[in-house]
Design a protein around this ligand. Structure first.
Ligand SMILES: NC(=O)c1ccc[n+]([C@@H]2O[C@H](COP(=O)([O-])OP(=O)(O)OC[C@H]3O[C@@H](n4cnc5c(N)ncnc54)[C@H](OP(=O)(O)O)[C@@H]3O)[C@@H](O)[C@H]2O)c1
Length: 327
């Protein structure tokens, strides 16, 4: 693989909180479309196209697939086939926190699980270190000091450069950030579900992260496809909602949501954008959002989504019209 020489010309990079790390405004997640049920030639093309367009950040987790672990294995193959020669231009993240292997040590937030899981992830990807390692979700049964202590030690061991947390609410986040500070390992980033249809981060989490100098990366910014033109006229056979392995279920494609998407789609058209482009631009208008973490099942989708960066500004009238639709 020879990467596009102009790969840095069009992407915007944003500082992650108060850290030294810049992330692309659009990052690529490998939760779906990169598992053992998917087609290698298809997803290697998506990964290479992403890198050629300046997407330096690839997000994984131990259990992405299906089967569990297969997205990391496949990403390891993509690295081996050529992308790996650009390792110093890549930000690779992984996580542990959800169900991964049987027994009491393959889930949640113990030191035992996090340490073992990252070792497995590194092996699957053929890497010596990840750039960001996350606690994938809070564990109500494990002291936050233990989970954060494990993350801090992982950095000391050189197996991750930065640490992050995901799916922690504002109270859990404050406790985690304080614990990490006590270990002199600042939290780099919070990965949270955030889209026009899922706005829980707005009242408390975003202001807290801003105060604490921690970045936010928004996952499922297209609500798994609901904020695109995909479901405007029914559920297509090649969609996530139609696939047995997809996390978007058909009963989530409700008439209420589709009606909102149709009206948003009309507004996007008036702005000269697709709905997907507008949904991403709407998140990125807030500078506290470091990056939007998209998924893509084709290079066409990826290229469409990248066009969001060409128009991030909204008029007050457009914002008000969006609020009316989302209400
Ligand atoms: N931390 C966590 O707990 C957590 C949880 C979920 C996700 N994540 C991360 O966030 C990443 C993204 O999540 P996501 O895949 O749900 O993101 P998303 O961007 O909201 O949804 C991606 C899906 O939307 C559809 N799509 C994307 N662009 C499109 C376009 N331009 N036109 C039409 N359809 C389009 C595709 O669906 P089809 O497949 O139907 O074509 C694609 O697979 C994951 O890969 C993972 O890295 C993290």
């Amino acid at each position: 693989m020879e990467a596009n020489e102009k790969r840095y010309d069009e992407m915007t990079y944003r500082r992650c909180g108060k850290s030294g790390l810049l992330l692309p405004a659009i990052s690529l997640g490998l939760w779906h479309n990169f598992g053992s049920v998917d087609v290698f030639n298809q997803f290697i093309k998506i990964a290479y196209t992403a890198f050629d367009k300046g997407i330096t950040h690839f997000d994984l987790a131990n259990n992405y697939g299906p089967v569990y672990g297969s997205a990391e294995e496949n990403f390891g193959q993509i690295l081996k086939k050529g992308l790996g020669k650009y390792r110093d231009e890549l930000i690779v993240s992984s996580k542990a926190g959800y169900d991964m292997w049987p027994g009491p040590y393959g889930n949640w937030g113990s030191r035992k699980y996090l340490m073992a899981s990252l070792d497995q992830s590194l092996k699957r990807m053929g890497l010596d270190y990840v750039d960001i390692f996350y606690s994938h979700r809070p564990d109500p049964q494990t002291p936050v000091e233990e989970t954060m202590g494990a993350l801090a030690d992982i950095v000391r061991q050189g197996k991750a450069l930065y640490v992050g947390i995901s799916n922690y609410n504002d109270v859990e986040t404050k406790a985690a950030l304080d614990a990490l500070k006590a270990y002199n390992t600042p939290c780099l980033i919070h990965q949270s579900k955030y889209s026009m249809l899922e706005r829980w981060v707005e009242p408390k989490l975003l202001p807290l992260l801003k105060d604490e100098g921690v970045g936010l990366i928004a996952f499922s910014p297209l609500a798994q496809g609901l904020l695109t033109n995909k479901y405007l006229n029914g559920i297509p056979g090649n969609s996530r909602a139609a696939k047995p392995s997809g996390f978007l279920k058909q009963n989530q494609v409700t008439e209420v949501v589709v009606d909102k998407a149709r009206r948003l789609n009309g507004l996007a058209a008036q702005r000269g954008q697709t709905l997907a482009e507008m949904a991403l631009a709407w998140l990125l208008k807030d500078e506290r959002v470091t990056s939007v973490l998209i998924g893509a099942s084709s290079t066409e989708q990826l290229l469409d989504n990248l066009k969001a960066l060409q128009q991030l500004a909204f008029t007050n009238d457009e914002l008000a019209a969006i609020e009316t639709i989302l209400r």
